[in-house]
Ligand binder design. Structure first.
Ligand SMILES: [Zn+2]
Length: 306
C-alpha cells in the first residue's frame, strides 16, 4: 500500500512528498529499505522497482512488514541534483534532523521518525558521478559485530569495515544504528546511471536477507556471493599525482597485479602522457575513476589486497 509519510508545500503550487510502499504479513517485525537520499544516485530506483514487482507477485509469502522508501530526495531526483536543490544541502549530513527547522532537516526528521522501530534498515547508494564501485557494504567498526553477519546475506562483493569517521555521524545509517536498528549502507555502481547487473545482484541479496531474517517465506534458487571482508586485508588508495585527463586501462572490478598499469593521465593540449598510474599491490580493484578530469590528489581507485 502506497502511503504518504510527510509532505510540505513549497509555494507556486509545488509540494514535496515522501512516500513509502508497505507490505504486511502477520508478524509485526519490520524492515525498511530506503533509497534516493542523494538525488543523483539512481540504481536504488531499479532495485526498488524489482522489489515492489516481486513483493506484489508474492504477497502471500510475506511474513513481516516490509517498507520501501524509493525516493527520499525527490526534488534532487527531479533536478539531477545530489543535494536538495535551493538549499544545496547534502541530506545525508543532517540526520537525525529537526521537526521545526529548514526543509532538509524536517525531511530528515520525518524519515527517521517513520523508519524508527525497524529491526533492519537498508540504505541504497550509488557512489557519485566520479567513481564506479563494486557492490559493497560499508560498516562503522563500532557496529561491526551486529552488522557483518547481516551484510553477508546481501550478495555484495565486498564488506568494508572502517574506523568511525566524525563527518559520517550525521548520516542516515549512523543515526538508525544509534537508535537501535541494524542499519546497512550499500554502495554500488556510479551516479546518474543504472548498472542492471548490479541492481539484480542487490535485489537477490535483499530477497535473500528477507528470507534469512524471517520477512519472507520463499525459496531462492541462486547462489549468494561470499563477500571479501576488509578486516582480512588492507585497502590501498590510489591518487593522481598530476592534473589532466585520466584514461583507464583496467577493467573495474578485476584483480590487478602489482605494477600493472591502471591507466594514464594525459594532456589533451601537448599530447604527452603526464603520469602512468600503476597498481601498488596485487588485489581487487573495487573502486575506479570514471569521470576523466583529474587534479593532483584526485582519487583514481581503491584496491583491496588480502
Ligand atoms: Zn549516496
Amino acid at each position: 500500500m502506497v502511503e504518504e509519510v510527510f509532505s510540505i508545500e513549497l509555494g507556486a503550487s509545488e509540494k514535496l512528498t515522501l512516500k513509502r510502499n508497505r507490505y504486511k504479513g502477520t508478524s509485526e517485525k519490520r524492515i525498511s529499505i530506503v533509497s534516493g537520499i542523494h538525488g543523483d544516485e539512481l540504481e536504488g530506483q531499479m532495485v526498488c522497482f524489482l522489489l515492489n514487482d516481486f513483493l506484489q507477485k508474492n504477497q502471500e509469502k510475506i511474513t513481516g512488514i516490509i517498507d520501501i522508501y524509493p525516493s527520499v530526495n525527490p526534488l534532487g531526483l527531479d533536478s539531477i541534483s545530489r543535494n536538495i536543490p535551493f538549499y544545496d544541502t547534502d541530506l545525508n549530513r543532517v540526520f537525525p534532523g529537526f521537526q521545526k527547522r529548514s526543509l532538509p532537516e524536517r525531511l530528515a526528521n520525518a524519515l527517521v521518525e517513520s523508519v524508527k522501530g525497524s529491526e533492519i534498515v537498508i540504505d541504497i547508494h550509488s557512489s557519485n558521478i566520479f567513481l564506479k564501485e563494486l557492490p559493497q557494504i560499508r560498516i562503522n567498526s563500532i557496529y561491526a559485530k551486529k552488522l557483518v553477519p547481516l551484510a553477508q546475506y546481501l550478495n555484495v562483493n565486498f564488506i568494508w569495515v572502517h574506523q568511525p569517521v566524525d563527518s559520517l555521524s550525521s548520516t542516515f545509517t549512523c543515526t538508525m544504528n544509534k537508535l537501535g536498528s541494524k542499519a546497512l549502507l550499500i554502495e554500488m555502481g556510479i551516479g546518474l546511471r543504472i548498472n542492471k547487473d548490479y541492481c539484480y545482484q542487490i535485489f537477490y541479496g535483499i530477497i535473500n536477507l528477507l528470507i534469512k531474517e524471517g520477512f519472507l517465506d520463499y525459496k531462492l534458487d541462486i547462489s549468494i556471493k561470499k563477500p571479501l571482508l576488509s578486516p582480512g586485508g588492507k585497502i590501498h588508495f590510489i591518487n593522481a599525482n598530476q592534473s589532466g585527463i585520466f584514461i583507464s586501462e583496467t577493467e573495474h572490478g578485476s584483480y590487478v597485479k602489482k605494477g600493472q598499469i591502471l591507466g594514464k593521465i594525459v594532456s589533451s593540449l601537448t599530447g604527452k602522457i603526464l603520469e602512468t598510474v600503476l597498481s601498488p599491490v596485487d588485489g581487487l580493484l573495487f573502486t575506479l575513476r570514471e569521470y576523466p578530469v583529474v587534479y593532483e590528489g584526485s582519487l583514481i581507485g581503491r584496491i583491496f589486497s588480502e
